[in-house]
Write a protein that binds this ligand. Structure first.
Ligand code: SAM
Ligand code: SF4
Length: 342
């Protein structure tokens, strides 16, 4: 058996049974959201009772335990991370790991609605790049996709983020018959403003009202359509995740494709996800999980927590089991994306 390397703090680094280093943690800080995107949530969601949700201090301890074990990148997500009360205190606390050099990047995925309020504070905490999810540039369609969202507010959020000096990547879920025809104009818009854009295939996570096979749009089909008019050059921009990137010669911008249903990225997977209740998911597409809340709350020291993390990483599966087809209409994974944050 090979012994995992030692991190800068003297803890063992996280290496799974397939030799993959876990260096990227995504943390969902709330399951709540001010939007109700049709592919993500049902309109009447039952959210977690407050007592089950880790406090911001507990989230800081949890993230810091991973940082001590060699995690170099933290992504804060949700639900909508910026609707959690006093969330800036967590960003400020985690920012200390950037200053010490233990962390390379602190970032977040947001729907953008609260950016007018928080963009500057995010920058001041050390955040430099953010992902903002926008599936359409049509105000009416935006409202029908997000149910409760307003495109104007999100656009104001983008302005505030730019003004604060944050680099922006747009995430758009590709939805058959909904925003399919708008994809080229969204690419032109994003690249014209200096934003990267990443297209995401819908994933079968959690019960929703709609039929997912109706929403599913294959990105290889989208890509073939784009190639009829544009020159897409592959770029070796590897994230360890399910995204593949191209440069578009005509727009001069970068376009990513996230195809979570394909397996071609699992061998380089470097990430795990933790929910706001302290449940660690070793793979987005599998149900196996580890409870980190109990060891976290059992003592003030981090020994039990650290052991529980090591044990969990020792069970990280080789790959996922997603399928979307008409015979199995129930989701491949029962929890909603708003639980693990994508
Ligand atoms: N509320 C934030 C936002 O929308 O960016 C962060 C959390 S959200 C769950 C993270 C990302 O997951 C968003 O880009 C969203 O579009 C995407 N997403 C949600 N449900 C999805 C699904 N079933 N399939 C694919 N992507 C999904
Ligand atoms: Fe909220 Fe993000 Fe889910 Fe939309 S995708 S409902 S913004 S958590």
């Amino acid at each position: 058996m090979t012994i995992p390397p030692i991190s800068a703090t003297g803890s063992q680094e996280l290496v799974d049974p397939f030799g993959r280093h876990v260096s990227y943690l995504r943390v969902s800080v709330t399951d709540r959201c001010d939007f109700r995107c049709v592919y993500c949530m049902s309109e009447n969601m039952t959210f977690l009772p407050k007592k089950d949700v880790l406090s911001l201090e507990e989230l800081d301890r949890l993230c810091s335990a991973f940082v001590a074990k060699g995690v170099r990148k933290l992504r804060i997500t949700g639900g909508e991370p910026l609707v959690r009360r006093n969330i800036m205190s967590l960003f400020r606390a985690l920012g200390r790991h950037l200053e010490t050099g233990m962390l390379d990047e602190l970032t977040l995925t947001t729907n953008g609605s609260q950016l007018p309020k928080y963009a500057k504070e995010l920058y001041d905490s050390g955040v430099r790049r953010i992902n903002v999810s926008i599936d359409t540039l049509d105000a009416d369609r935006f409202q029908s996709i997000t149910r409760w969202g307003s495109l104007d507010k999100v656009m104001a959020g983008l302005e505030a983020a730019e003004k604060a000096g944050l680099q922006i990547k747009i995430n758009a879920v590709a939805l058959k018959g909904v925003n399919e025809h708008e994809i080229p104009s969204m690419i032109q818009w994003a690249h014209g403003r200096g934003y990267d854009l990443t297209l995401i295939e819908t994933m079968p996570l959690g019960e929703i009202e709609e039929d997912r096979t109706d929403q599913y749009l294959s990105l290889s089909q989208v890509r073939a359509g784009l190639e009829e008019n544009w020159t897409l050059n592959e770029i070796p921009h590897k994230t360890g995740g399910p995204a593949r990137y191209v440069n578009i010669e005509e727009t001069g911008g970068r376009l990513g494709f996230i195809t979570p249903l394909s397996h071609n990225f699992c061998e380089s997977c470097n990430r795990v996800r933790v929910t706001c209740t302290g449940t660690l998911y070793m793979c987005l597409g599998q149900d196996d999980a580890a409870d980190l809340c109990t060891p976290l709350r059992a003592s003030e020291g981090d020994n039990l927590l650290s052991q529980a993390i090591d044990e969990a990483i020792g069970r990280k599966p080789k790959g996922h089991d997603f399928i979307i087809d008409r015979d199995s209409r129930s989701p491949a994974v029962g929890r909603h994306m708003s639980v693990t944050g994508g």
